[in-house]
Design a protein around this ligand. Structure first.
Ligand code: UMA
Length: 458
């Protein structure tokens, strides 16, 4: 936990008692600070009160007395409409900040790596943490990835915080400057929350807002928005900009040629590692993640061969194209985190002989995103509420059966994959649906898949 005893003594109002709000409350209380905790959900409030937190209805509190309103990242403060308590805080001239702001104020010395972008930021964050740990660096990894920043261990000036930053979080942390800031890519996302694309891009640019000596910006330049941002940072000066591309060779950057990551930051380009040797990083999107992580770790002084070695042993993130096992020549991959067709398409793009387990509670919109990859599917095994609608969409284009439940789907996929005996066969759980019809959440669905695979006859 981050020690917050250097912070001012006034009370802190906390709105939202999810992961980050509760971690903030714990850290402030441990530092002897007064906490006024509130959540709009009565059940959450009751649980917080039961755990000993002082629940205070912030609409009746005198916010002038508070040092800050600590806002959970998911709670809007501008668009589509500000939360009423954000308006009250503004009227009372109380700063609205997030947990990372307290981390920045309490722990100025350790180095910080911030990772943002529309896609790939969780994998890149975890990969950087993996490489740094393998290189013997003391680091703490979290942020939007799941571990709240105030749950981090305190570090000295040799330590490194590796933080995944969402656009929501970036708006709430004016002092959280980064020594190495990564912007991977930008495509439209969270638009209503940021009042449109311009607002979303402005939030993402905040990753470069702060000032730290010797700072490095690692920017994926394969989309026009990020390319513009890279150019404007270079033009403005103050940052060493390292561009990253999976599409074009770059002078002074890191790029991917074929499946080889090439370091062209120095005088002559040198190949550093082959992506095909990293089983947890399939697909073009992971090529960008790996190249960006490489550039960031070089900026932190890790030697190229050490990075190359560590990338090969990266286990990947749980539930995201997570390779579970190979049984009787068939590889089993858990991509339970793919809760919509776009995410499932990214997984289907990575394999050529797929026994696909899909379905659950369907999202709005169709399966069009999957069209380019349907010829890779040897058979689809459909489960959950989506089984009928998916079967109607895919009928005649993909051989399919309605398995109903995950256990039946795994068994049927195993039998068919083993019977076909094709090379590189993959049984892929990438549901393109939410899990709530049959599971508590996508993690429970992925865990159930892992258990089923581990019980398969070897
Ligand atoms: N709440 C209110 N009033 C509201 C809205 C919410 O009181 O008007 C309360 C809810 O009842 C709930 C709490 O606020 O109890 C939830 O807060 P939160 O949704 O902001 O989430 P946390 O649990 O604190 O988790 C946050 C991040 N969530 C969001 O940004 C939405 C987590 O990212 C992050 O892992 C966690 O902090 C730890 O740092 C998740 C996420 O979905 C993975 N991120 C988005 C994304 O990746 O697209 C940005």
């Amino acid at each position: 936990m981050i020690p917050l005893s250097s912070l001012p003594q006034r009370p802190y109002a906390i709105l939202g008692l999810g992961l980050s709000g509760l971690a903030t409350a714990r850290a402030l209380l441990a530092a002897g600070r007064e906490v006024w905790a509130w959540d709009d959900n009565a059940r959450v409030r009751a649980e917080a009160a039961q755990s000993g937190l002082s629940v205070v209805d912030l609409k009746d509190a005198d916010l002038h007395l508070a040092e800050a309103l600590l806002l959970s990242p998911g709670i809007p403060h501008t668009h589509p409409a500000p939360h009423p308590l954000a308006l009250r805080a503004r009227e009372a001239r109380v700063p609205i900040i997030g947990d990372g702001e307290l981390l920045a104020r309490a722990m100025p010395a350790p180095r910080r790596v911030g990772i943002t972008g529309t896609n790939g930021k969780s994998t890149t964050t975890a990969l950087i943490g993996h490489i740094l740990a393998a290189a013997g660096r003391r680091c703490q990894v979290g942020g939007n990835l799941g571990r709240p920043m105030l749950d981090f261990d305190p570090l000295d000036d040799q330590g490194i915080y590796v933080i995944e930053m969402s656009s929501y979080q970036l708006e709430l942390m004016p002092s959280l400057a980064f020594d190495v800031a990564l912007l991977l890519n930008i495509t439209p996302d969270h638009l209503s929350r940021h009042g449109g694309l311009d607002g979303y891009v402005a939030a993402k640019r905040l990753i470069f807002a702060g000032d730290r000596p010797g700072r490095t910006a690692v920017i994926g330049i394969d989309d026009d928005i990020c390319l513009d941002i890279a150019r404007s940072l270079e033009h403005a000066g103050g940052w060493r900009v390292v561009p990253v591309s999976t599409r074009v060779p770059l002078e002074g950057g890191v790029f991917v040629a074929g499946r080889m990551v090439v370091d062209a930051v120095g005088s002559s380009p040198s190949p550093v590692f082959a992506l095909d040797e990293a089983p947890a990083l399939p697909g073009e999107h992971n090529a960008q993640n790996a190249a960006a992580a490489y550039a960031a770790c070089r900026a932190l002084g890790v030697e190229a061969p050490d990075i190359a070695q560590a990338i090969l042993t990266f286990p990947g993130l749980a539930h995201r194209m997570e390779r579970i096992a190979q049984v009787a020549g068939v590889t089993y991959v858990n991509d339970s985190k793919a809760t919509n067709p776009e995410a499932a398409a990214r997984a289907l793009a990575c394999y050529r002989t797929i026994y696909w387990i899909a379905g659950g509670r369907p999202k709005e919109g169709g399966l069009d995103a999957l069209d380019p990859f349907l010829d890779r599917i040897r058979h689809a095994f459909l489960i959950g509420e989506a089984a009928d609608s998916f079967a109607r969409s895919l009928d005649g284009r993909v051989p399919l059966s309605r398995s109903g439940t995950l256990d039946r789907a795994v068994e049927a996929a195993r039998r068919q994959a083993e019977r076909d005996g094709l090379p590189d066969a993959v049984v892929l759980l990438s549901p393109a649906c939410a899990s709530f019809d049959q599971f508590r959440n996508f993690e429970a669905r992925g865990d159930a898949f892992r258990d089923l695979v581990q019980e398969l006859p070897r």
